[in-house]
Unconditional design. Structure first.
Length: 267
């Protein structure tokens, strides 16, 4: 009986054109909802955090650009996901982490331009409507003064001390991570509201295992951005738009463009 009911519900699902194609397209083509993941895809390559990735994503219509920001051996911020991945992408065989000077001499995948704060700031100065979204930064107090325009800075942060400091620094948005939200003991919504948190950054798996928390965040008017969008086979930008947009305000996307036309299975 249960199996028969499930089959009936599957068969009776209305085609997308009868649900609300216009609403889906408004979501799919709203640049505010999409963050270029690690700078975005360039020539089919992911995680380059490169100048060319930023340029490609900008030309596609992105307005928000995530960069992984980590420290070199001499304490300079540079754009790279982690030193082991960077080593594989550059062929570098020296000690890790490298100095900034060494980092800047290693083209990514033999062809893409690495970025230190000087290059990052120059790019965002030349693109005044662009917003930087950081990942990996563990010291907001140290990083914020180094970016050219704190009012165009969104930071994914991993502990409450940094969250509190960054909110007081007046950046565009502070994004507490999903792990930080799940570990909180007490009234989470009251804590977020006391810090004037308007957005959070969580794994897309939240839609599967943290449905109550998702609802609480949405009811509080807090925007939820999903990462891990491309971690699972068959899941990507179109899949997320078609199937999970009801859970998330937006997402970190490897691929997207301003005229995106998602293809949904039940169309």
């Amino acid at each position: 009986m249960v199996a028969g009911l499930c089959w009936f519900l599957l068969l009776s699902e209305p085609p997308l054109s009868q649900v609300n194609r216009d609403e889906l397209l408004r979501y799919a083509q709203d640049s505010a909802r999409f963050i270029a993941h690690a700078g975005g895809q360039v020539d089919g390559h992911l995680y380059t955090n490169s100048l060319e990735a930023l340029n490609t994503s900008y030309d596609l219509g992105f307005k928000k650009f995530e960069l992984d920001i980590i420290l070199t051996a001499d304490d300079h911020y540079v754009a790279a996901h982690d030193w082991q991945k960077w080593q594989r992408m550059t062929g570098y065989s020296g000690p890790l982490p490298p100095t900034k000077a060494v980092f800047m001499k290693q083209p990514i995948l033999g062809q893409y331009t690495p970025m230190d704060m000087a290059k990052i700031n120059a790019w965002f100065t030349d693109h005044p409507e662009a917003i930087l979204v950081t990942d990996k930064v563990r010291n907001a107090e140290a990083f914020i003064p180094q970016f050219v325009d704190p009012e165009r800075l969104m930071m994914e942060l991993f502990d409450w001390r940094n969250v509190k400091w960054a909110t007081q620094a007046g950046i565009k948005a502070v994004l507490p991570t999903g792990g930080l939200l799940k570990r909180f003991k007490g009234d989470l919504m009251a804590r977020l509201q006391s810090l004037d948190i308007s957005a959070v950054s969580v794994s897309r798996n939240f839609s599967l295992v943290e449905q109550t928390l998702i609802k609480q965040l949405k009811d509080a008017g807090i925007k939820i951005y999903a990462f891990h969008v491309n971690e699972k086979q068959g899941v990507g930008t179109s899949y997320m738009i078609c199937n999970e947009r009801q859970h998330f305000y937006g997402m970190y996307a490897d691929q997207w463009h301003k005229n995106w036309q998602p293809r949904c299975d039940h169309e």
